[in-house]
Design a protein around this ligand. Structure first.
Ligand SMILES: [Zn+2]
Length: 206
């Protein structure tokens, strides 16, 4: 099936993959916070678009736990894992790879491609929220070439490893927050906020 596009703050809980996409978004905020702990230049920058695709948990990609906007060391209960793991993608990772090896990064410039390529190279299956429904979160709506790539149209670079499944019965539910390219400045400004503000916004407004 062609991909199905949904936008946070416009679409919502009635649409497939909403809850799982929210978990992926919160985990992207955590991944970004970890990268920026090393300070300016220590990791991906605010101009990097983030993505994550939900996968069937495995040894290298275990089931995620819910993200809590807690202070470090504060115990939380119950501590119940989610039913899926995630493979992350960042649009700027390709630039980092020119300097150092990025473990697990399989190439691709745009975030949604990096996430799906990473999952494919690792041999992972996409997590299904219901029969033939998988979920991908990406901050910006897929650009034209990426929309084609997601739907299996051949183009530059390595193909979507899940193209055959998407051409068949699988629907990839793609949740994004800002339209590309008009929403890029909004994304960069949002990425420059604190982790707490990002999680509060996701939890309250998305
Ligand atoms: Zn793209």
């Amino acid at each position: 099936m062609p991909i199905a596009l949904y936008q946070f703050t416009v679409d919502g809980a009635a649409d497939p993959g909403y809850a799982e996409a929210l978990d992926l978004a919160r985990h992207c905020a955590d991944q970004y916070a970890l990268n920026t702990m090393f300070g300016a230049g220590g990791g991906i920058a605010a101009a990097s678009c983030w993505a994550a695709v939900a996968v069937v948990p495995g040894a290298a990609h275990p089931a995620l736990y819910p993200v809590h906007a807690m202070f470090a060391g504060t115990p939380i209960a119950p501590f119940v894992p989610l039913g899926f793991g995630a493979v992350f993608g960042n649009s700027q990772m390709v630039n980092i790879r020119r300097q150092v090896v990025v473990p697990g990064f399989a190439g691709a410039r745009h975030a949604e491609r990096a996430a799906l390529r990473g999952a494919g190279v690792a041999g992972l299956a996409l997590h299904q929220i219901a029969a033939n429904h998988a979920v991908l979160f990406v901050q910006l709506s897929p650009c034209g070439p990426c929309t084609n790539w997601l739907n299996g149209v051949p183009g530059r670079g390595a193909a979507n490893p899940f193209a055959a499944a998407i051409a068949g019965a699988l629907t990839l539910n793609v949740w994004y927050r800002w339209p590309h390219p008009a929403g890029v400045p909004n994304m960069v400004a949002w990425n420059g906020q604190t982790r707490t503000n990002q999680l509060n916004d996701i939890n309250n407004n998305w």
